[in-house]
Design a protein around this ligand. Structure first.
Ligand code: SF4
Length: 360
């Protein structure tokens, strides 16, 4: 059996960043008072490990009187931030910068009297959070056959949940453009998602069987499963190696593996090790697995392209499965500098690899 492991499999940088924030809070000794608003990622195994380390998941701020609250990468509405501040909670806002940019855009256009349209799942926390930046007035649509009539509005601003498929985004925005000639359209699907979905599609076209690893409740993992099923009938969604039925898998010669943005590397490794132990043809499997994880080392210098720069951090595409993040303190000793004034999207940049992933 030959195994092809997607290079994009596993944590994206937004999830890494949120987990790092929780890690840092634990290291700072706030463990008995750390809460996350909703599960920090859609992966029950990781949540369980965090609970063992004293981190409590709460569903609302009414459950907390004091201590630290970590906002996960999905972000929250403006009112939740205000409420946390009013309660004088120690707020750690780990909203992914991609999502933060959508929130800022929605607020700006809402203030300019645009009707906001969000393409995504109305029940997803990221979408609820984005809607919270336009006073929950957004029209939310996730079906190309059910696009609402927006002709009655003067001007429309359309954004997307970061993890929807490009196909859905294009289908819905094309229909809106037919109805309206003043539509500001922003394709806010994040790069990490696009690359992961594209790679999953490529691999699914080329293999006999696909295994998608990730939480059963993880939206981005579910999308990978549906993309994979389009191109490969033998697609299996598993959370951990325990869900893997080797009797069904072992008959295939070429097996592809992809994983959602909330899937830790140790779960992916466990699945592959389990498959290795079940197979005689170790040589093929080892080489593909090693190739994927060997591409970066701590301490190496890498070249990348700037995706975005804010006042305090730069996001860089370094051609790895997750984007890199450079904090201001790592870029300059001058704490007054606004990084967005000296670094621009598309700039080439050299970076030193300080850390890879988070092994929670
Ligand atoms: S999937 Fe994209 S938007 Fe979502 S947390 Fe990861 S990097 Fe951020």
């Amino acid at each position: 059996m030959e195994i092809i492991l997607a290079k994009t499999a596993g944590y994206c940088f937004g999830v890494n960043r949120a987990l790092d924030a929780v890690d840092k809070a634990i290291e700072d000794g706030q463990v008995h008072l750390i809460h996350t608003l909703g599960p920090i990622i859609h992966n029950p195994q990781v949540i369980e490990k965090l609970e063992e380390r004293g981190v409590k998941t709460v569903q609302g701020l009414d459950e907390i009187e004091k201590g630290t609250i970590v906002i996960r990468s999905h972000g929250v509405g403006e009112n939740v931030i205000k409420e946390a501040e009013e309660k004088s909670l120690n707020l750690i806002n780990a909203t992914c910068p991609y999502v933060k940019n959508i929130q800022k855009r929605v607020k700006k256009y809402y203030d300019e009297d645009y009707q906001i349209v969000i393409i995504g799942n109305k029940d997803h926390p990221e979408v609820k959070g984005i809607n919270g930046w336009c006073n929950n007035s957004g029209i939310i649509v996730d079906d190309k056959n059910n696009v609402p009539n927006v002709a009655k509005y003067d001007k429309i601003c359309v954004v997307a949940q970061t993890t929807i498929t490009n196909e859905l985004f294009i289908a819905i925005t094309e229909k809106m453009k037919e109805q309206h000639n003043n539509v500001a359209i922003f394709n806010t699907i994040c790069n990490a998602t696009k690359e992961r979905q594209e790679e999953t599609r490529r691999i699914a076209q080329d293999v006999d069987c696909m295994i998608i690893i990730g939480g059963y409740n993880s939206s981005n993992t579910q999308k990978l499963v549906s993309i994979s099923k389009k191109y490969c009938n033998n697609t299996f969604h598993i959370e951990t190696k325990k869900d893997l039925d080797m009797d069904k898998i072992k008959k295939y010669e070429k097996v592809g593996i992809s994983a959602g943005a909330s899937t830790p590397q140790w779960i992916i490794e466990e699945v592959i090790n389990f498959m290795e132990n079940q197979e005689n043809n170790m040589e093929n499997m080892n080489s593909t697995y090693e190739d994927t994880f060997k591409s970066f080392r701590k301490g190496s210098i890498v070249e990348g392209k700037v995706i975005s720069a804010s006042k305090d951090e730069i996001i860089v595409n370094v051609g790895y499965k997750t984007d890199g993040i450079i904090k201001k303190s790592e870029y300059t000793k001058d704490s007054d500098v606004d990084l967005s004034t000296i670094v621009n999207p598309q700039d080439n940049i050299e970076a030193l690899v300080l850390n890879i992933g988070t092994d929670i």
